[in-house]
Design a protein around this ligand. Structure first.
Ligand code: ZN
Length: 294
């Protein structure tokens, strides 16, 4: 079954939870390039995918969130971009063979586009062509534009995904609570993101990461997205907000607590998972609670 066919069915699909926070438990140092582990520690990346698949995730995201030229240049490894993205997709594909689908993760490039920032659209486009092209070449079933904040970057990434014939595209934004409802760091509202996603040919829109933590905030976000487009919705929140304890970053929302928070929202979404701080146990708890009745 293709991902498109699976989305067309009634059942809720489960994606995975945090990748970076899981790799940190396996030894990845904070502030080092986690995506490089696709080349240096493929077994540990595969181990995280496998733990999520075992917990019940039928969609897993590749370890390629920052696999863009702007981020890799800071680590002096921009020349490895295609190799890393291709490896990331292949590692996930091997784990998910016969078990589900691979979402090729594309995070924001970390720079603002002209005229607000200094990144040139053509540079971003060139970087996205390499990242998205290599993810598809490595076998990704979909491209996941995630933790997005700037609408111009989303629109450009959608153009590239269409140009590269991505078979399925998901867009999720990172939203924070504000007085006027959920907004991304760049000020985009849920309905604006949903409109840009639909117009750019995305198949699913939603939210991941971010600082929303109340049921009412998530509900408002989903309602606003739904009012602006007919696209199925995806939700991958963090396991609460992090705080630092003895050099460690701790997330306070445990598996049962996150599953309870999401309970009333399930009827509005098609894909449910987690982001930073969420673990295979969080996915397990969600799946137990929301599995379709046989
Ligand atoms: Zn996150």
């Amino acid at each position: 079954m293709t991902l498109k066919e699976a989305i067309g069915r009634e059942e809720l699909l489960f994606s995975d939870g945090g990748m970076g926070t899981e790799l940190q438990k396996l030894g990845l140092e904070i502030n080092s390039c986690g995506d490089l582990w696709c080349l240096t520690h493929p077994d540990r990346v595969a181990q995280v995918h496998r733990m999520y698949a075992d917990a019940g995730s039928s969609l897993v995201s590749t370890n390629t969130f920052s696999c863009n030229r702007f981020a890799l240049e800071k680590h002096g490894i921009a020349d490895k971009q295609a190799e890393m993205a291709r490896a990331g997709a292949r590692i996930a594909k091997e784990v998910m063979a016969g078990r589900g689908w691979v979402l090729g993760s594309v995070g924001p490039c970390g720079e603002m586009l002209e005229p607000v920032g200094t990144a040139k659209p053509e540079e971003l486009r060139a970087s996205l062509r390499i990242q998205i092209g290599a993810l598809l070449e490595g076998g990704a079933d979909a491209i996941l534009l995630e933790t997005m904040s700037a609408l111009d970057e989303v629109a450009l990434a959608l153009e590239v995904a269409q140009e590269m014939n991505a078979p399925f595209v998901i867009v999720t934004g990172a939203f924070d609570p504000t007085k006027s409802g959920p907004r991304t760091m760049m000020g985009a509202r849920p309905e604006q993101l949903a409109k840009v996603a639909a117009e750019g040919g995305a198949n699913v829109v939603g939210a991941n990461c971010g600082r929303l933590s109340q049921e009412s905030e998530f509900l408002l976000l989903l309602e606003r997205m739904h009012a602006a487009s007919d696209l199925p919705l995806m939700l991958q929140p963090n396991a609460g907000q992090p705080d630092a304890q003895d050099d460690k970053i701790v997330y306070h929302c445990g598996p049962e607590a996150l599953a309870s928070l999401l309970g009333p929202l399930v009827k509005h979404v098609k894909i449910l998972g987690g982001c930073c701080g969420s673990t295979p146990a969080h996915i397990c708890a969600m799946k137990e609670r929301f599995k379709p009745q046989a």
